[in-house]
Design a protein around this ligand. Structure first.
Ligand SMILES: Cc1cc2nc3c(=O)[nH]c(=O)nc-3n(C[C@H](O)[C@H](O)[C@H](O)COP(=O)(O)OP(=O)(O)OC[C@H]3O[C@@H](n4cnc5c(N)ncnc54)[C@H](O)[C@@H]3O)c2cc1C
Ligand code: SF4
Length: 327
């Protein structure tokens, strides 16, 4: 790991100014950044520690929305009684992520900005070709081991999966990222790789995540996050889904449904085709199965990740059955 200098920011404005300097990087919990520095993917000259800025770790849940500060810890949000009650999928997406020790250290802002776990991306000493690290250098994953790579939103330049869980739930419930001078829906915050995989989000140099807000909805209140992975803890998703469901007063017809996928796409993936196929229909096994299949519309397998195209609709269907009382 290269030597770096350390600056402790005490205000957001200080942090923004310092982060404008080339070679600088914001440090929150450090659980992603220090890993990337150690493996040589991100070797900043200067770390701007924002973890001591006051007032950025609040969690408030009101009638119309919840606001969560960028420095709120993953564990604090996962265990917050009102987040558990009003946004259960959000709480579950966090408690099923990483480990308790990491969740105690890691922040919400840092969680959104975590980088892909593509092994070729994280091993520059062995694999020089990675368009995300070195634009134009190629992609070592194409033709390589792709079991954990994406099947949706990929391009010829990059097939890396977005690894986070929280952002999946946030996309399902139309959450917004507060960048101070502007607010961006979480769905638009993340970018598909296209021919510029090095650009992962719309965040610009000098911008700092201040927090997120999540609109309240009946679907968010009746929601779940289902994560399927190679082992039951301390593992990234092979396929995951955040589902929120509101039924009409008859308890049968779907009034509102929100579905977003994780572990299968290059960004947190809203499954609008599945939503549209469900609204206005009675929630039967047949309706669930045919709608869930639409979650993989446009999916492309690259060798070892073909199983995700079978797996993801099953995960969607299981979550729908659970929420609809058909499990
Ligand atoms: C072993 C392991 C397993 C994991 N498993 C999972 C998992 O299953 N699911 C999951 O979702 N995550 C998982 N994670 C990722 C973990 O959730 C992230 O490491 C953590 O959330 C990052 O938060 P942090 O505060 O430590 O960020 P940092 O490491 O401090 O920062 C991460 C990035 O965000 C930038 N940044 C941080 N805060 C801000 C801000 N406010 N504004 C602008 N830029 C900012 C930093 O510059 C850096 O680029 C795992 C991590 C590890 C190490
Ligand atoms: S999939 Fe993306 S991150 Fe992985 S090696 Fe290819 S370009 Fe790099």
């Amino acid at each position: 790991m290269r030597d770096f200098s350390y600056t402790r920011a005490t205000t957001i404005e200080d942090a923004r100014q310092a982060a404008l300097q080339a070679g600088s990087a914001i440090l929150a919990g450090g659980t992603t950044l220090l890993d990337l520095a150690k493996c040589g993917v991100n070797e900043p000259d200067e770390l701007i520690d924002i973890s001591h800025i006051r007032g950025l770790d609040g969690i408030s849940v009101g009638e119309s929305e919840a606001s969560i500060g960028a420095l709120a810890k993953m564990s604090a949000v996962a265990d917050h009684p009102l987040i558990l009650k009003v946004y259960p999928a959000v709480a579950q997406s966090l408690s099923l992520a990483a480990s308790q020790q990491l969740r105690n250290m890691a922040t919400i802002g840092g969680n959104l900005l975590q980088r892909t776990r593509c092994p070729y991306f994280r091993d520059p000493a062995t694999f020089s070709a990675c368009n995300k690290r070195e634009p134009g250098s190629g992609c070592s994953a194409l033709g390589g081991v792709t079991r954990n790579h994406a099947v949706l939103g990929t391009s010829e330049s990059c097939i890396a999966t977005y690894p986070g869980d929280l952002a999946v739930a946030l996309v399902a419930f139309d959450a917004v990222v507060d960048l101070g001078s502007r607010s961006v829906p979480v769905e638009e915050f993340f970018l598909e790789p296209g021919d510029r995989p090095e650009r992962e989000t719309v965040i610009a140099p000098g911008e700092v995540i201040i927090g997120i807000s999540i609109p309240a909805s009946a679907a968010a209140r009746n929601s779940t996050y289902l994560k399927v992975r190679d082992r039951q803890s301390y593992e990234f998703a092979a396929a995951s889904v955040a589902v929120g469901l509101e039924l009409e007063a008859d308890g049968r017809i779907v009034k509102d449904v929100r579905i977003a996928l994780g572990g299968v796409a290059t960004k947190p993936w809203r499954a609008r085709a599945v939503e549209q196929a469900l609204v206005g229909k009675a929630l039967t096994e047949e309706v669930i199965l045919s709608a869930a299949r639409l979650s993989m519309e446009g999916a492309v397998a690259h060798g070892g990740n073909h199983y995700k195209i079978e797996l993801a609709p099953r995960v969607v269907a299981r979550a729908l059955r659970t929420l609809g009382g058909l499990a």
